[in-house]
Design a protein around this ligand. Sequence first.
Ligand code: ADP
Ligand code: ZN
Length: 619
Amino acid sequence: MSIHLILQEVFGYGAFRGPQQAIIEHVVMGGDALVLMPTGGGKSLCYQIPAIAREQAGQGITIVISPLIALMHDQVGALHEAGVSAEFLNSTLSSEQAQAIEKRLMRGDITLLYAAPERVSNPRFLAQLDSLNERGRLSLFAIDEAHCVSQWGHDFRPEYRALSVLHERFANVPRIALTATADALTRADIVERLQLQEAKLFVSSFDRPNISYTIVEKAQATQQLLRFILREHMGDAGIVYCQSRKRVEEIAEMLCDEGIAALPYHAGLDVKVRQANQDQFLRSEGIVMVATIAFGMGIDKPDVRFVAHLDMPKNIEGYYQETGRAGRDGAPADAWMCYGLQDVVNQRRMIDESPAGEEFKQGLRSKLDALLGLAEATDCRRVRLLAYFDEASKPCGNCDNCLQPPAVWDGTDAARKLLSTIYRVQQMGGISYGAGHIMDILRGKTTEKVTQRGHETLSTFGIGADLSELQLRGVLRQLIAIGAVAVDAQAFNTLQLTDGSRAVLKGDVAVQLRQSSATPAERKAKRSTPSSTAKAPTTLDADGQNRFLALKAWRAEVAKEHNLPAYVIFHDATLAAIAELAPQSLDDLQGITGIGAKKLEAYGQEVLRVVALMPEGSA
Ligand code: ADP
Ligand code: ZN
């Protein structure tokens, strides 16, 4: 079959997306490839279609390296639904099951085999691959989540280093490596570690136009989060990222108390509980997962409507990867983050206290600075994000700064007052103080600590009385963000001047600040109306909505029977297209996006039956 026919017949899609066709053609011909495509861009087809095409041409099996044992079952299940012969080998199988699959592997009746990276260190498995290779039956290696090989990526997996065996031992077998994150540094590292110097590089646009970005200043984080969900995402599936396990538990509980179906996920939970929560998130609708960054890689749930960060991530790669889990289906989705002074201090401290070498720490610091720059930005967030991945763009019209340009004020003068206070206090007693005390002096407060130390006699005492504490915090945050003030974690978080302070003190650097607002302004009128849990697309008429809900109920039953997430059976978009078309025959069904030959055969009649139960005019 031609690759177009495979796309249509097997996957039910009408056209390739972006660079998919070029990538697939290259790999089918036996070329190596490194594919950088954002989450939701459609990476899977880039190796699945070549695997099918090459198998049909007698070239044998494709081995897919995937770090996510917990998700292999669903990935393989999705291929079965499409009628593709696929299996996985990992530690969840019994030895009988594994042996049965190994037998089929050697017989050559599997098209795609998913395996965890540690498997390639297994001598027995390698010997089997050798044997296949000798018979010309080892077609392709696909290395998913390839950034895991790099310590610069945010999910470094030492097991990935073992993948060097692939090019060393099976030099003749083509390889395709895929990732959704790779800044220049990580990219170079992947190429070197996996010996992909000769591979053709395919870089897609990293823009995710359907995701709207919002970053708000932290005031009362939990209340802000609650308002955000209640106002804009009731009944939606979403992910809330928190820094610590404790916080994950607290927030999940708080959301449940407020009537939002939330579950916790972090590495400290029992493996069984973690897996059960993940399954429920994937298989039920409208669950909010509250998680540490341990959650999410490889989660391909297409209808996640929001990703919220309650604490700031470490860098833009992490932020982009995590927010990228929203809206894979292409429908509108939100990326919402709230961040404050404490986030900046915490992240800096974690870097300072890490046992890494100084050069490595410097790398981490500049990555953090880029994220701080994004958070403090007063111009288009998307332009900044894409610029970070070396992509030029125009203001997007779909981020907070575009939709509601923030008021800015000139904080240069305030910044100088703050810096000179830090300087004077240090001069006077030879020791430094924390943010609270410095701000008390500036605002002319005669606290006990101030009078005890005689700080009311400083020339800067009270010169910032016209500034609110919120404003001063904003100034300080930005000064820390640009490196003009350092926070000494080893000495009670005291504030220190740095080499960067001088330029600000001399007035060489202007400090432009976002106008602080304790309660963030109401957002744009939203397209989604908060509603009950069962939602139907508002683009459908009343009959269509009824059909959609009936189809959804039918899909839930099928998914349960097959022990797979509902979207593996059909995406919402496919159900919506069926509901709109109200097909009367299999012919009508054919050609709807997402209905391949196997699914048409397996489900066509049932779908027609469900549609017939809800005829026009029944609403
Ligand atoms: P990634 O792995 O890059 O995050 P996936 O491979 O999971 O993305 O694809 C994202 C979604 O887009 C999936 O639901 C997939 O079925 C769908 N998709 C991929 N390619 C196409 C296409 N050419 N036409 C329609 N849908 C597609
Ligand atoms: Zn914008």
